[in-house]
Design a protein around this ligand. Sequence first.
Ligand code: SAM
Length: 220
Amino acid sequence: MGFSHRSSNPAIDAFFDHVQQSKGQFMDVGTAYGHYTLEALKRGGKVVAIDMHQQHLDDLNQNCPPEFLSHLTTVHGVFPDEITIADHTFDGILLSRILIFLTGPQILFGLRQVHQWLKPGGRVYIVSGTPFRRDWFPLRAIYEQKKEQQHEWPGMIDNLWSIAPDMQEFFPNTFHLLDEMTTIRVLSQCGFSLISVGYFPTKDENYMDRHENIYAIAQK
Ligand SMILES: C[S@@+](CC[C@H](N)C(=O)[O-])C[C@H]1O[C@@H](n2cnc3c(N)ncnc32)[C@H](O)[C@@H]1O
C-alpha cells in the first residue's frame, strides 16, 4: 500500500525533535518497514507502531536492535476502527502517508481518536500526498472540479482503479489527496490548534514534484 520513505520533511524533523527532547510516549500509525519508528527508538522514545499488515510488524520486531525492544510495542490492526488506546496516552502521534487510504469520514473519526489518545499539549504530525503530483494529473482535474463545487472532501477519489488503472498495483480503490484548506479545517474540527502546515518540496527535487506532499503539525 503506497511507498515507504526514509527522507526528512518538516513534520518528520519536528517529530524526531519532540521525541529526542521529551523521550516520552509516541505512536507511529502505518509504520510499514518501521524506518521512522526505529529512529524514534534510537532518539529515546517509547513507540507503539501500528500497521494493518502483520508481516511489516514481524519484520520490525526482527530488525529492532535488542536494546530498544523493551521500548517498542507493535499493534496489528486497521486505523482508526480497530485500534483501542486509553485517552491521554501519547506525547506525539505520527500519521505519515496513511491518511491517503482513508475516506473523509474516516479521517475525521481518526483525528478525533488521535486527539483523545494524546496527552494535553500532545502533538499530531501529518504527512500526506496532495493533488499536485504531475503524474497523477487525471486526479487533479477531479480535485479541481470538486473544489470548485465546494465539496467537503475535494481530494477524495472513490474509483481510483477505473481512473488510473496503473495505480491499482500500489493503492486501494479509495484514495484521498489532501490540500491545505481541508487539512486545516479537519484539524480544527477535531479540536487541534494548528502549529504549522505547508506543502513540500518547495521546488522540484529528487524526482519529486513541487508541492506533491503536505505536512501539518497540530497540538491538543
Ligand atoms: C505508504 S506506507 C507509509 C509508511 C511510512 N509511514 C512512511 O511514511 O514512509 C503505508 C503503510 O500503512 C499501512 N496502512 C495502510 N492503511 C492502514 C490502516 N488503515 N491502518 C493501519 N495501517 C495501514 C500499510 O500496510 C503500509 O505499511
